[in-house]
Ligand binder design. Structure first.
Ligand SMILES: [Ca+2]
Length: 579
């Protein structure tokens, strides 16, 4: 039935264009393809069909024949239908529409604002593509592609920008969508370029506002919904329509790839729109948004409790070294990495100055602040944990959340979403009633904590989640907590193992970087899982120094960990097993 809907939808694209252009040479920039005259083509198709019945053609043809047979209630379908269907199913990679013609594509609540062929190597990110552009090398020598931009308005206050990039030739037949970071507000051109280079039709969105602040939400409840989940879903639906219009085929497989807010977006898609993607990569997801954003106030209150509570960043490496020294060997291998931080109880009190203050020790007030960094956020009345603390190993990245001013990544939620007051003071956040208020108000909108992944997993969806143990922005145990909540909801590890796996990465910071091997190809692992049924039992990660790989190590599906076999280099993944 899937094939049939594909056929009928194509009527508006492939077949009319065939009639219109039949017999003429169609110039496709790089190639000149001679299409046979219409009658000759039809005769050719008919002769193939007659020769092939019964049985029908190749393996692909057999599948087609069976589907069509079922569709027509067991009766032999009319020849015209077979000709049309055969054409669609055996269509070469010729484009169904020119790039520029996509400007006239009519999509619900959407306006195509740009449909432009970009010559090979000619793309440069728009001026002011704040932080979304990436290094120039990412865009150098990009192959020729069709750049489509659109504005989506699913509500009267919506203003969702999307871009869809389509290779002019060499499309791998798949769709990869890219997530955002923080409060988003921009399109990641670098992510689009990387996906395009790998052969995908690819898309990204600004989620409906510009700029990396949460201030857009003030007085704009519909824009907040766009940010929460609607923009990504609408982008997905309209991107698939644009892909189909251009290539004449739906993507064979659709993948989500995101980290941080992008990880949250991926989980939200799995939870709320299980039909959108076949495979989802959710990296370091910011999925418990209401609690996560409260961490900025929690840590801000600790850091600024007294004049001496603030830890100068020059001391972060001191704490880091002490933590690694205390925990490294506890995982069974002295390799500079803390592979099981949850079982290491590092107390920064070991660094307390004997007397006064010095660069080589912490004052008692600084010890207290460091302890807060490692400790969960608690409801101050009930002592219920609201969010796990950071792990030993994360210290060198503490500056973002433990500065004199709490990070706007968190505070903006309380200013602009919960209290709707730009002057709201983080020191007043009540870790009981205010958390309850924020949770109630959100009601599962931005938060992506619904453990019921059954609809997604039941339709064959695969979810690959990862999180660095040294994440300095989103406590890694929050991924463990969500993973466990799904297991609890769906009946244990045995029920989800074939569809959902979590990979915790030792020594890896927020989405990238850190002491640990932080280069890994989750997308290839996910594709193997979705397309070939090969579940990832391990994923090889590498650590790179000055452009050279100096360590490889398997990442393992939680709760497994990479375990040294006992012989050979500890820098070679081959000498480790997951167990
Ligand atoms: Ca170790």
């Amino acid at each position: 039935m899937l094939q049939i809907s594909c056929v009928s939808r194509k009527r508006g694209t492939i077949f009319p264009s065939l009639q219109r252009r039949g017999g003429r040479a169609i110039k496709n920039r790089n190639t000149v393809r001679e299409r046979p005259p219409r009658l000759r083509l039809l005769r050719w198709l008919r002769s193939i069909l007659l020769m092939a019945q019964p049985p029908l053609l190749s393996e692909e043809g057999n599948t087609l024949g069976q589907s069509v047979h079922i569709f027509f209630g067991g009766h032999r379908p009319p020849l015209q239908f077979m000709v049309l269907a055969l054409f669609v199913f055996t269509a070469p990679s010729a484009l169904a529409a020119s790039c520029e013609s996509l400007a006239g594509l009519k999509l619900p609540d959407s306006t195509i604002t740009l449909a432009q062929t970009i010559a090979a190597g000619a793309f440069t990110p728009p001026a002011g593509a704040r932080g979304a552009g990436g290094p120039a090398a990412v865009f150098r020598d990009l192959p020729e592609f069709c750049r489509v931009a659109a504005t989506l308005r699913p509500s009267t206050d919506s203003d969702i920008k999307i871009e869809v990039w389509l290779l002019a030739s060499g499309w791998n037949g798949k769709f990869e969508a890219n997530g955002n970071g923080g409060w988003t507000g921009n399109i990641s051109y670098a992510a689009l370029a990387i996906a395009l280079r790998r052969g995908y039709a690819t898309a990204a969105t600004d989620t409906g506002h510009e700029g990396g602040s949460g201030s857009f939400a003030l007085g704009h409840p519909e824009k907040l919904i766009d940010f929460a989940y609607r923009a990504v879903h609408e982008m997905t639906v309209q991107s698939k329509a644009i892909i189909a219009a251009y290539y004449g085929n739906n993507p064979k497989f659709s993948y989500w790839n995101g980290c941080s807010s992008g990880g949250k977006q991926g989980l939200k898609e799995a939870q709320r729109f299980p039909e959108d993607y076949d495979g989802i990569i959710a990296g370091a997801p910011a999925n418990y948004w209401t609690h996560l954003t409260s961490a900025a106030a929690w840590i801000g209150q600790a850091v600024n409790k007294t004049e001496s509570s603030y830890i100068p960043p020059t001391k972060y490496s001191l704490i880091h070294d002490a933590a690694v020294q205390a925990c490294d060997s506890q995982d069974g291998l002295k390799d500079g990495l803390i592979s099981n931080p949850m079982s290491c109880k590092f107390d920064p009190k070991v660094l307390e100055c004997k007397d006064g203050d010095a660069a080589t020790c912490l004052t008692s007030a600084q010890v207290e602040t460091a302890r807060v960094m490692y400790s969960p956020i608690l409801n101050r009345r009930t002592k219920e944990p609201l969010l796990p603390g950071f792990e030993p190993g994360s210290e060198t990245g503490w500056g973002i959340v433990a500065g004199h001013q709490p990070t706007s990544l968190g505070i903006d939620h309380w200013k602009y979403v919960v209290f709707k007051d730009p002057n709201w003071d983080y020191k007043t956040l009540n870790f009981d009633s205010d958390i309850a208020l924020a949770d109630k108000q959100d009601n599962g909108s931005i938060n992506a904590i619904d453990p019921n992944l059954k609809p997604f997993l039941s339709r064959g969806g695969k979810l690959l989640q990862y999180h660095g143990w040294s994440d300095q922005l989103i406590p890694p145990q929050s991924s463990v907590n969500y993973y466990k909540s799904v297991l609890d909801a769906l009946g244990g590890a045995g029920k989800v193992r074939d569809s959902y796996r979590l990979f915790m990465a030792p020594g890896v910071a927020h989405c990238a970087g850190g002491d640990g091997p932080s280069n890994f190809d989750m997308l290839t692992a996910l594709e193997q899982w979705v397309e070939n049924g090969k579940a990832p039992d391990q994923i090889t990660a590498s650590h790179v120094t000055n452009g050279k790989v100096d360590r490889t190590r398997p990442l393992c599906p939680y709760p497994q960990a990479a375990t040294y076999k006992g012989t050979g280099s500890i820098d070679d993944a081959a000498n480790f097993v997951c167990k």
